[in-house]
Design a protein around this ligand. Structure first.
Ligand code: HDD
Length: 713
């Protein structure tokens, strides 16, 4: 028992604390009970701290801090060896290297992350007491985006769902919103998660294909397990091929329970709305990028932040009354294969997220961040959604293997910014030097510390939700058996070009399936979604289109589900400017500056790396430039001199084929003509001046592509 007097703390003679503890003035932590957060600052400050901790002084040392004079030659018996076992530096260096890798995430292994800040508007205060949603409150965050199926080294642009996981380091503890870029999920009950993932991952015998859904086991599962059809349809849409992480919506998927200061509850779904709109790649672009730049999304995110084009989203909520049925407009809110159209339950904006800092170290931050659906704060609670319930178990469990033990919340990127005073002790990689002798409750030996918090101290409330009198059973409500009506809603909400892309996507995926019975079974499901969809895919596969086995009602389309619903700012778009050996640097600099002023990133493309006009640095040569990197292409006066270069012609043709804006001034137009493109064409302009090109390009980018020009892929 310590003799140090602790202001405000009960004395050692205090009776043991009763359960539940009465609210008491919050005592400060005992000076000798400093938790890990007091030894090493967390979150935003963690990275400065790591630099101090990990790299001190100017000399190379062993991990024990002993300075070294040589690290390139091992200690040998003479110049020609053999190497001596006593070489402790060699052994330490190799041993550590041998153990550098940790298991990748069992799903969502491939990802990219960034730091930022969330600022609340206060609009949610009437429905939740969560402090980070109070007006004007600024909360540091870390966001990790990911693909689902691929391994850590797989390509970014594969057809897949994307993860959108946000850790809010709130003053009340960490809140994790672990969502996706699609509002629905493949399964209604988490017990089936291993089944859907085993089906989507590479075949166990050959371990191929990598990061693909276009294979037999995936479509075998999806066609047999028709509740997956709605999510699979989203994957086949352009939502499965985001142009950029910055241009994705995010969804919490599940229905959450919100609790306000008066203890009143409501049900809610979370949405992230990107400032730049929701945009996709074309399938051909995605495939090309898999080869030319497998890191496309990771690079795009880091580059945008580095250049100051900070990605932004607004957080929104759809709020529903917390009725015993937990349905809204006939939609079961506990069924994660269903969404609630925004037209009948508007998304109300409650705050703004800006990502403005790249991680300093990928492994330390993006790899080691550990999200958990159970990281909740007062005012936000879970519901009985059986998918969510299983997740509450899985996320902590998986870190035990992945991060090597139970102390993963002490890793700097996971540390809360709120004070931590838990009674968890020891275990692998214990970083804290806990003091005191009584890590149990109740105790008198540590003066009763730490104490139970009550409402005034912001303790988490397990909301007293009424549990209906019932019996234990492995069952689910009958409404969960409707697997097609919302898939049909999604299909009917698409524009013609989006429908065309969906048909082409199924055509590709199912043509990669070897087993005829699987293709036929999947066609049957498509017939149950829509006759035109089924027929289009059947034609692509050369199979007869079956008739539906369920009756199809026609729901009111939801325009908000389309990606082509609106125009968006051109910020952060990447434009290639092709120059020739004699292009005038002054004009080019002017165009570059004007585009930069609109938030666009211009990249100079030249035949070689020689500076333009001897002064402007070239970012891409013809050998390293490929159309898929750019949202639009500009051909400067002077590019005419290289108009017949085959690499340039390929660049121009691909940009045209993919519906991207194509502008030229002066003799730059020659490259357009040599590429066989007849003007006028939508989104192509070859007769303006440099100033007109710079002025018109931002407007063309707001539509993302010239859709009229697009050939089906
Ligand atoms: Fe999950 C990771 C999103 C269902 C089990 N999940 C993971 C990540 C995201 C999601 C974004 C990556 C987090 C990161 O960047 O570290 N998962 C979802 C969504 C779901 C969902 C939106 C349904 C609505 N997940 C789900 C179920 C289970 C899991 C039903 C298991 C019962 N998920 C995991 C996991 C992972 C994971 C195995 C792998 C790595 C990790 O957790 O930390 O525990």
């Amino acid at each position: 028992m310590s003799d140090i007097p602790i202001p405000g703390a009960p004395s050692s003679q205090s009776p043991p604390v009763e359960e539940p503890t009465e609210p008491v003035p919050t005592p400060g932590p005992k000076p000798d009970q400093s938790g890990p957060q007091m030894r090493t600052p967390t979150g935003v400050r963690a990275h400065e701290d790591q630099e101090v901790n990990a790299q001190q002084g100017e000399w190379l040392t062993t991990s024990g801090g002993v300075r070294l004079r040589e690290t390139d030659k091992s200690l040998k018996a003479g110049e020609r060896g053999p190497t001596l076992l006593q070489d402790h530096h060699l052994r330490e260096k190799i041993t550590h290297f041998d153990h550098e890798r940790i298991p990748e995430r069992v799903v969502h292994a491939r990802g990219a992350g960034a730091h930022g800040t969330f600022t609340a508007y206060g609009a949610a205060e009437s429905v939740t007491s969560a402090g980070f949603l109070a007006e004007g409150r600024e909360t540091p965050v870390f966001v990790r985006f990911s693909t689902v199926l691929g391994s850590r080294g797989s390509a970014d642009t594969v057809r897949d769902t994307r993860g959108f996981a946000t850790k809010f380091y709130t003053e009340e503890g960490n809140f994790d919103l672990v969502g996706n870029n699609m509002p629905v999920f493949f399964i209604q009950d988490g017990i089936k998660f291993p089944d859907v993932i085993h089906a989507g991952k590479p075949h166990p015998d050959r371990e191929i294909p990598q990061a693909q859904s276009a294979h037999d086991t995936f479509w075998d599962f999806v066609s047999l397990h028709t509740e997956a059809q709605h999510h699979a349809l989203w994957n086949m849409s352009d939502r499965g091929l985001p142009r950029s992480y910055r241009m994705m919506e995010g969804f919490g998927v599940h229905t959450f329970r919100l609790v306000n200061a008066a203890g009143e509850t409501s049900l809610a779904k979370f949405h992230w709305k990107p400032k730049l709109g929701v945009h996709g790649l074309l399938w051909e672009e995605s495939q090309m990028l898999g080869g030319f730049d497998p890191d496309f999304h990771r690079r795009d995110l880091a580059d945008a932040i580095e250049t100051g084009a900070y990605p932004e989203w607004e957080l929104g909520i759809q709020v529903f009354p917390d009725t015993p049925e937990q349905t809204y407009a006939g939609i079961d809110l506990l069924d994660p294969t269903k969404l609630v159209p925004e037209e009948i339950a508007p998304v109300q904006k409650v705050g703004r997220l800006v990502l403005d800092r790249n991680p300093s170290n990928y492994f330390a931050e993006t790899e080691q961040i550990a999200f958990h659906v159970g990281n909740l704060v007062p005012g936000i609670d879970v519901t009985d959604d059986a998918l969510m319930q299983a997740r509450l178990f899985s996320y902590v469990d998986t870190q035990l293997t992945r991060l090597g033990g139970p102390n993963f919340n002490q890793i700097p990127v996971n540390r809360p910014h709120a004070p931590v005073n838990d009674m968890l002790r020891d275990g692998f990689h214990q970083d804290a030097v806990h003091r005191g002798v009584a890590p149990y409750h109740p105790n008198s030996l540590d003066a009763g510390c730490p104490f139970m918090a009550g409402d005034p101290q912001g303790a988490f409330v397990d909301n007293p939700v009424k549990v209906p009198e019932t019996v234990k059973q492995r069952a689910q409500p009958a409404s969960f058996d409707d697997h097609f009506s919302q898939a049909r809603l999604f299909w009917l909400s698409m524009t013609p070009v989006e429908k065309q892309h969906i048909i082409a996507a199924y055509g590709f995926e199912l043509a990669k399936v070897y087993e005829p019975a699987i293709r036929e079974r999947q066609l049957q499901s498509l017939a149950n979604i829509d006759a035109d969809l089924c027929e289009g895919v059947a034609i692509a596969l050369g199979l007869p289109a079956p008739s539906p086995t369920v009756e199809l009602a026609d729901p009111e389309p939801s325009p908000a589900l389309s990606m082509l619903d609106g125009s968006y700012p051109p910020d952060g778009r990447v434009v290639g400017i092709v120059v020739g050996p004699d292009s005038a640097s002054g004009q080019i600099d002017g165009v570059r500056e004007a585009l930069s002023d609109s938030g666009i990133t211009p990249l100079l493309i030249a035949p070689t790396g020689a500076p333009v006009g001897g002064e402007l640095a070239v970012q891409r040569t013809f050998a390293t430039a490929r159309s898929v990197e750019y949202d639009a292409l500009v051909l400067a006066d002077g590019a005419g001199a290289v108009a017949s270069d085959p690499q340039l012609l390929l660049l121009v043709q691909e940009v045209f084929r993919h519906g991207k804006a194509l502008l030229a001034w002066g003799d730059g137009a020659e490259a357009v003509m040599t590429a066989g493109i007849s003007v006028p064409a939508p989104g192509v302009k070859t007769d303006g001046s440099a100033g007109e090109v710079a002025a018109e390009l931002p407007d063309l980018l707001t539509a993302h592509r010239s859709w009229e020009r697009l050939a089906p892929f």
